[in-house]
Design a protein around this ligand. Structure first.
Ligand SMILES: Nc1ncnc2c1ncn2[C@@H]1O[C@H](COP(=O)(O)OP(=O)(O)OP(=O)(O)O)[C@@H](O)[C@H]1O
Ligand SMILES: [Mg+2]
Length: 272
């Protein structure tokens, strides 16, 4: 039975698209049949992060409007053969994304894949509510800062009221993914503490992804971070999060302050 998962946030620029690509790739690497769907009409970012921008011919709106069938629009990943992308349109207006059309496409995707992962646009407008409408599972991407946490709280309210699950009286499974976590800033008290974020949002923690230059490097290469450098700290955090989504129990890793580790080593050596 397919799981539809929305990656959402409210606030922009927190790491939704990065997380969609990384979780999608990690689930596919684990043998799951995955499609990542770009709901961010007008911006079209997911294809760049997936390295597929030159292969886009048809997009979600073409399929919604019946100009192309689903198989014409799906782009199969060249690195992991169980991973596909359904891109967004950069040129069309997001009003072309009709609810009936999205319902039809999601039904077809459910029949073909184990995981349908929807990359939501920022905000709480129609694009975001369409992206979450069919979700069984939501990953609420949050940075440890006040504005991001506040917007995540609003999104959690929408998940509990504007989804098909909410309409039918059942609950959507919600997970918190803390991203861009900077251990040095956390130590200095410049960021909200993990426990405070958990207390405010009170949904289970799926993972903590550290702020890392590897994420930008991977994005510039057009490679999900779990594929570009599987041993990097963000890749390991995403791979663990993907295993948790598959129901495995994996201990939570809080990213350490690496500069402090290096300083300790440096001074330790000098003192020796
Ligand atoms: N863990 C991280 N470490 C460093 N940079 C990151 C990390 N996660 C995301 N970024 C960077 O932050 C920026 C925004 O990320 P991304 O596009 O994934 O966010 P988004 O939530 O999808 O944004 P939007 O709301 O505009 O769709 C990108 O430049 C990305 O490379
Ligand atoms: Mg995005």
């Amino acid at each position: 039975m397919a799981e539809v998962m929305v990656v959402t946030s409210g606030k922009g620029g927190v790491g939704k698209t990065t997380s969609t690509a990384a979780l999608g790739a990690a689930l596919a690497q684990a043998g799951q049949k995955v499609v990542v769907v770009d709901f961010d009409v007008g911006l079209r970012n997911l294809d760049l992060v997936m390295g597929a921008e030159r292969r886009v011919v048809y997009d979600l709106i073409n399929v919604v409007q019946g100009d192309a069938n689903l198989n014409q629009a799906l782009i199969r990943d060249k690195r992991v053969d169980t991973l596909c992308l359904l891109p967004a349109s950069q040129t069309r207006d997001k009003d072309n994304l009709t609810q009936d059309g999205v319902d039809r496409v999601m039904d077809q995707l459910r029949a073909q894949f184990d995981w349908v992962i929807c990359d939501s646009p920022a905000g709480i407008e129609r694009g975001a509510t369409l992206a979450m409408r069919h979700a069984d599972v939501a990953v609420v991407v949050t940075n440890p800062e006040v504005s991001s946490v506040r917007d995540s709280d609003r999104i959690i309210g929408l998940l509990d009221s504007k989804t098909l699950r909410a309409e039918s009286g059942s609950r959507i499974e919600k997970h918190l993914l803390l991203t861009r976590y900077d251990a040095m800033r956390a130590e200095r008290g410049d960021m909200l503490k993990i426990d405070d974020v958990l207390e405010i949002l009170s949904i289970p923690l799926l993972g903590i992804v550290p702020e890392s230059p590897e994420v930008l490097r991977a994005s510039n290469l057009g490679t999900p971070v779990t594929l570009s450098d599987a041993q990097s700290a963000p890749a390991r955090a995403y791979a663990d999060a993907a295993r948790r989504l598959m129901g495995q129990t994996i201990p939570m890793t809080v990213p350490a302050d690496r500069s402090k580790g290096l300083l300790n080593k440096f001074f330790g050596r000098r003192a020796a």
